[in-house]
Design a protein around this ligand. Structure first.
Ligand code: ZN
Ligand code: ZN
Ligand code: ZN
Length: 139
């Protein structure tokens, strides 16, 4: 009698059960391979999510959402692609002042109302209300 055994491993999305074939990779390689294919691997919970079903959590208010990262970003999420649990929901923007390193987190309209000058390309190069004021006065 002859046998032929084929070992094949799949990474499965915990949301929609789509599977990704990773041939005969080890579990660890499988996780890396999945990430290379745009999957999210939640190391803490050992879950995998396909590119359409990332799970993100707001670092500041614990709101969670799921979906394709690009779509979530279009909705206003600020996604930390390495640590999706450290993302920021559309209500929470993290700004740092490029002059004095002060930072704040909150809804954009509140921050702007308080006087922050928001740098939309790099929120960490924004100006806090005090520095924005000083800038104006020295001009
Ligand atoms: Zn999925
Ligand atoms: Zn939030
Ligand atoms: Zn400042």
């Amino acid at each position: 009698m002859s046998y032929r055994e084929i070992h094949e491993l799949f990474v499965v999305c915990d949301e929609c059960h789509t599977s990704l074939s990773v041939d005969d990779a080890t579990y660890e390689d499988a996780d890396n391979e999945a990430v290379d294919h745009g999957w999210q691997y939640d190391e803490l919970q050992g879950r995998h999510y396909c590119p359409l079903h990332w799970h993100v959590e707001c670092h500041d208010c614990d709101i969670t959402d799921s979906g394709a990262p690009d779509e979530l970003e279009a909705d206003g999420w600020h996604i930390d692609r390495d640590y999706p649990d450290d993302s920021l929901c559309p209500n929470h923007l993290h700004l740092s002042c490029r002059e004095c390193r002060k930072w704040d987190v909150g809804p954009l309209h509140r921050l702007e109302y308080e006087g922050w000058q928001v740098n939309s390309i790099d929120p960490n190069a924004s100006l806090c209300p005090e520095c924005a004021k000083t800038k104006k006065e020295t001009k």
